[in-house]
Design a protein around this ligand. Structure first.
Ligand SMILES: [Mn+2]
Length: 228
């Protein structure tokens, strides 16, 4: 039985105070309290769909706005994942989707590698590589940024601003600190809550696939470079 990969992060700044516990080999349990109910919902479903245990408490400067809280939680989660992955020996490293080549009926996809996630009318894709190099690709969402939402829509759904603008800040913070390539794309979709939820679920599934051990390479680094 392999030792569970865990991390404990305390990160205090003048803007946020975060304490976080992560078990990368958990069961999807979580206790999240950021002071932003929608964000709690996203982090709860991240833990569930990545099947990690996550406790996160953030006391942030919400009187300013949600920005520092969301960004710093992304930073802390990225630090925790990097610490819990350790030297990355034996992990799959990539979380992705294996498309079926045209004409071939049956191709076995790697277990757990499905990172396309539907959410009603939306389809989101996430691909992650715990490569040691931070990079965020964010596609298909620019038309949904806050400035392009009409006043009528803003009044109807005030948290749209959070959902699009701040979701990106979260993923950028995560990619920087987990030192991973993180490619997120919305293929299509419309409803703001659905879109961000699809992104977080696809992210969770990709992380789940990438952090798993591959028994064929037990103890080895999944890199020809000798370092990840
Ligand atoms: Mn929801």
């Amino acid at each position: 039985m392999m030792k569970a990969r865990t991390a404990k992060i305390k990160r205090h700044t003048l803007e946020t105070r975060i304490s976080l516990r992560l078990n990368l080999d958990g069961k999807g349990k979580s206790k999240i309290r950021t002071g932003i109910p929608f964000f709690d919902h996203m982090l709860t479903l991240f833990a569930k769909h990545a099947t990690v245990d996550l406790e996160l408490r953030c006391d942030g400067d919400l009187a300013v706005d949600a920005h520092h809280t969301v960004e710093d939680c992304g930073i802390a989660l990225g630090q925790a994942v990097a610490a819990a992955l350790g030297d990355k020996r034996g992990i799959r490293r990539y979380g992705w989707f294996a498309p079926r080549p045209p004409g071939k009926k049956k191709v076995a996809a790697p277990p757990g590698a499905e990172a396309y996630v539907p959410m009603d009318e939306c389809l989101a894709r996430c691909v992650v590589d715990f490569s040691g190099r931070p990079f965020l690709v964010w596609r298909g969402l620019n038309n949904f940024s806050q400035k392009k939402i009409s006043d009528a829509e803003k009044n109807q759904d005030a948290s749209s601003a959070f959902r699009f603008g701040l979701a990106r800040e979260f993923f950028q913070g995560f990619a920087n600190e987990a030192r991973c390539n993180l490619h997120l794309e919305l293929l299509y979709g419309d409803e703001p809550h659905h879109i961000v939820e699809a992104l977080f679920k696809a992210f969770a599934r990709a992380v789940d696939a990438a952090r798993r051990h591959d028994p064929r390479i037990a103890g080895q680094l999944p890199s020809t470079k000798g370092k990840l």
